[in-house]
Design a protein around this ligand. Structure first.
Ligand code: MD3
Ligand code: FE
Length: 214
């Protein structure tokens, strides 16, 4: 790698609790107060850039609703998957909240900050099929994911479709870091477990995914 700091952890980094198919899980990294602060930040992001139901290139609406913060937002419609520098309604994406950038700084470092914070909202019954994240320019930078709200059954395989997969529960306050081989692993959300968290008064799950895009 051109820049080793994308993989090395700063001295203040937390101790991982598990490694799942090469992905590092920091279970319970965020305490309740920090989760509440981030949910408040995300409410402001959603007020500026409303959640929408993206259409797959095949014209089917995704069950997950989403929006983004940062320089780019991730987007899909009939023209395909891509990053866009504006919300579908034409406005700029709001900035990535400082509390969210702090998690990246703590686990990845500050050499390169993420360009996109994708906000996924899962109501009961929403899911995300197995896929790879490969719309970014440089896969040497990790992806960082933050889970908030109801528990989710997360599935992760290898870098080829159809291989064996492992399933792990992602709970509110968990942070998953995808580095190395796991950066291109197939992954998805099988289902969320309603009523397993009180963080979001109306239930559901929020996932934040931080990515370097350019
Ligand atoms: C493994 N999100 O937005 S988070 C996505 O919970 C996405 O909303 C899921 O997959 C969610 O693309 C899973 C965990 C995650 C995120 C990014 C990854 C796992 C990943 C990128 C590469 C490999
Ligand atoms: Fe993904």
């Amino acid at each position: 790698m051109e820049n080793q700091s994308a993989q090395s952890k700063p001295a203040s980094a937390s101790v991982p609790t598990a490694v799942v198919n090469g992905a590092t899980l920091f279970a319970g990294l965020l305490d309740t107060a920090e989760q509440v602060r981030i949910v408040e930040d995300i409410r402001r992001v959603v007020a500026a850039a409303p959640l929408f139901s993206p259409l797959t290139p095949w014209g089917k609406p995704m069950s997950v609703r989403m929006t983004s913060a940062g320089k780019y937002g991730w987007y899909t419609d009939r023209k395909g998957y891509r990053y866009s520098d504006v919300h579908p309604e034409g406005s700029d994406w709001p900035p990535i909240p400082a509390n969210v950038l702090d998690i990246w700084r703590r686990l990845v470092g500050s050499e390169r900050m993420p360009d996109c914070c994708l906000v996924n909202f899962y109501a009961e019954g929403a899911r995300m099929g197995l896929h790879q994240d490969r719309d970014e320019a440089d896969f040497r930078w990790p992806v960082l994911s933050v889970s908030l709200g109801d528990d989710a059954r997360f599935r992760i395989g290898g870098t080829t479709r159809g291989g064996p997969t492992e399933s792990v529960l992602l709970r509110s306050g968990d942070v998953l870091l995808l580095t190395g081989e796991s950066r291109l692993a197939y992954h998805g959300i099988d289902r969320i477990m309603p009523g397993t968290s009180t963080l979001l008064p109306k239930g559901g799950r929020i996932n934040l995914t931080l990515r370097v895009v350019d």
